[in-house]
Structures are given as structure tokens and as C-alpha cells.
Design a binder for this molecule. Structure first.
Ligand code: HEC
Ligand code: HEC
Length: 293
């Protein structure tokens, strides 16, 4: 059928010749700028398709000639950071504490590693910022059981305390009550003495005679570890008793309990879980908490 193309009198535009029940279709082509933009987009899509990842199929996808992948970029970045970190941390492992302190780059790396390691591994027992918990010593307080120099702290962390490690710090306070080394009455007396003389507690019903008897019991049984004046002894990890900072709490009941059957706290050894550089880093962190010597 021949198309009847004519000019529309209202718009001045040609019709296409299509007509439905008297309605005629105007021939209004796409604007050129629109058409070329559209074609350019198709062309770009094809180019992109060839060079970059595009269609998925099954479990994979078309990778494109450039093999671009933001996942690989991230992995490469991570590898780069890890290599940088390993380089710094092996220097930390090899350097002495003095040299680490003198080198701002090593010190910064060790402080960061130490802070993160402490939060992940030590905080559950020792509390945030090393504030301590009953039975878990306050590391920020400067009241050291075993020693507060960097080397002491490193040794404690590496081998632990009563941990079963061959080089662990180890000592046992005798079970004066359970093993019958002291009579219950004597335990009460020595607790009166320790409470008043060292812990600074004012006991309502402690008779001076009991305290005096306790003093003799202390000198005979306890001073060898805790010192004549309750000053403690780091060779055996015996806490300073003449102090406001207590491992287990500062009450008379707790003294009786400890003398009857001592807790003997266990600190895990970390040599199997953390490498040398990380242990040194966390030692620096602990030392810097406020109590380091
Ligand atoms: C399972 C609990 C536990 C965890 C985890 C733990 N510790 Fe301990 N830590 C202890 C106990 C208990 C003691 C005290 C043992 C004792 O009675 O002598 C201790 C003692 C110490 C001491 C000796 C303090 C002193 O006064 O001489 C240092 C230092 C220390 N811990 C550091 C750390 C660091 C660093 C970590 C993490 C890498 C850590 N601890 C993780 C339980 C723990
Ligand atoms: C062989 C050494 C040794 C002897 C002897 C000893 N102690 Fe201890 N004492 C320790 C050690 C080590 C600890 C900490 C260990 C633990 O239980 O975690 C301790 C802890 C304590 C504590 C807890 C301190 C705190 O800060 O909470 C008290 C109290 C105490 N001893 C009292 C005594 C009394 C009293 C005697 C004598 C009847 C005595 N000890 C004899 C080694 C000794």
C-alpha cells in the first residue's frame, strides 16, 4: 500500500503516512545529539565489555582483557601492608628495648601492636588499661609481684607463671590450713596481725594478745617469703603485704582464706601463641601503663 505522506498543517511537520481511524502519525525523528550520545554509549559498552569484567555465567564471569578486580587490588594492598609490618616487626624482634625506645618508627609500631595484643589477649584477665581484677594483678599500679623492668615483664609474658612452661615463674605458698601446718587458731592470729600491721585494717575484736601471737607466727612462717615488714619478695612472686594494693582483696576473711589454702594464680605462657616481636611490643605497652620501672 502506498504511504500517503503529507504535511501537518498545525506543526508544519511531515506525517509518516500511517493513519488509524483518521489519526495521523507525525514523523518526528530523535534529535541528532540524542542519537549520537546513544550510539556512543553502545560503543563504550562494547569496549568496556572487551576490557573489563562483564557478564556473569555459572559460578564465574567474563574477566575482560585487563583482568581488573578491586578484590585483587585490596589483596595487593594488604600484602603490601603486611610486608611493611613484617619488616618493622622483625626489626623490633632483633632490637634491644633501648634501641626500640630510641627509634620512633619501631617504637610506634611496637606501641600499636602492643595495644592491640593487650586488648585481644590480656584484657579479659587484667582489665582495661591493666587496672586489674581480684586474683589478676593490676599491671598499671607499679606494685609488681615478679618485677616491673621491661626484661622482667617480657620474661613473665613469654613463660607465664605456674603455667607448666619449663622456664615459667614458679613458687608455692604452703597450704598452712589444709596441710595442718598451722592450727585454725594460729591462722586467726596471723590474720589479725597481717590485717592490722600491714593491711591497715582497724579490727573491732582483735585482742592485742592475738596480734602479738600473730606477729611471732608471721616471723616464723611467712617472713621468709613476704619479708619481715611485709615488703614482699620478687624472687618468689610473694606480694607486698604492706600496701593498699592487694592481689585478692584487702579483707581479713581473704587473708584467712589465702593462708588456709592459697589460690596460687596461673598466668598462661604466651611463647606458643605470640611471636617474639609481639611479646616485646606488649611488654612495652604494659611497662608504659604507668607502673614500669
Ligand atoms: C587467664 C588469665 C590471664 C591472662 C589471659 C593473662 N594473664 Fe597475666 N597474669 C595472670 C595472673 C593470675 C597473674 C598473677 C599470677 C600470680 O599470682 O603470680 C598474672 C601476672 C602477670 C604479670 C606479672 C605481674 C607482676 O606483678 O609481676 C604480667 C606482667 C602479666 N600478667 C602480663 C600479661 C599480659 C601482657 C597478658 C596478655 C598477653 C596476660 N598477662 C594475660 C592471669 C592472666
Ligand atoms: C613460699 C613463700 C610463701 C610463704 C612461706 C607464704 N606466702 Fe603468702 N604468698 C606467697 C605467694 C607466691 C603469694 C601469691 C600467690 C597466689 O596465691 O597467687 C602469696 C599471697 C599471699 C597473700 C595474698 C596477698 C594479696 O595481695 O592479696 C596473703 C595475705 C599471704 N600470702 C599471707 C601469707 C601469710 C600470712 C603467710 C604465713 C602464714 C604466708 N603468706 C606465707 C608466698 C608465700
Amino acid at each position: 500500500m502506498a504511504l500517503n505522506i503529507e504535511r501537518d498543517e498545525h506543526t508544519g511537520t511531515d506525517t509518516t503516512g500511517h493513519e488509524w481511524d483518521g489519526l495521523k502519525e507525525l514523523n518526528t525523528p530523535l534529535p541528532k545529539w540524542w542519537l549520537y550520545t546513544w550510539l556512543a554509549c553502545i560503543l563504550w559498552a562494547l569496549v568496556y565489555f572487551v576490557f573489563f569484567p562483564s557478564f556473569p555465567y555459572g559460578k564465574g564471569y567474563i574477566h575482560g582483557l585487563l583482568g581488573a578486580s578491586s578484590r585483587n587490588d585490596v589483596m595487593a594492598d594488604v600484602k603490601g601492608f603486611a610486608a611493611e609490618r613484617n619488616a618493622v616487626m622483625s626489626k623490633v624482634a632483633a632490637a634491644s628495648f633501648d634501641d626500640i625506645r630510641k627509634n620512633p618508627e619501631l617504637l610506634a609500631a611496637a606501641q600499636t601492636a602492643g595495644r592491640i595484643t593487650f586488648a585481644n589477649n590480656c584484657q579479659p584477665c587484667h582489665g582495661a588499661g591493666g587496672a586489674g581484677n581480684p586474683g589478676f594483678p593490676a599491671l598499671a599500679a607499679g606494685s609488681w609481684l615478679w618485677g616491673g623492668k621491661l626484661e622482667d615483664i617480657q620474661q613473665t609474658i613469654t613463660h607465664g607463671i605456674r603455667s607448666g612452661d619449663d622456664a615459667a615463674r614458679d613458687s608455692q605458698m604452703p597450704k598452712f590450713g589444709t596441710d595442718g601446718l598451722l592450727k585454725p587458731e594460729e591462722i586467726q592470729q596471723v590474720a589479725d596481725y597481717v590485717s592490722t600491721a600491714f593491711f591497715g585494717l582497724a579490727l573491732k575484736d582483735a585482742a592485742p594478745a592475738s596480734i602479738a601471737a600473730g606477729k611471732d607466727i608471721f616471723a616464723a612462717n611467712c617472713a621468709s617469703c613476704h619479708g619481715d615488714n611485709g615488703e614482699g619478695n620478687r624472687d618468689v612472686g610473694a606480694p607486698r603485704l604492706a600496701s593498699k594494693i592487694h592481689l585478692y582483696g584487702g579483707t581479713r576473711d581473704l587473708i584467712v582464706r589465702q593462708v588456709t589454702s592459697p589460690h596460687m594464680g596461673v598466668m598462661p605462657n604466651w611463647n606458643g601463641r605470640l611471636d617474639t616481636a609481639t611479646i616485646k611490643s606488649v611488654a612495652i605497652y604494659v611497662h608504659d601503663l604507668g607502673g614500669g620501672e
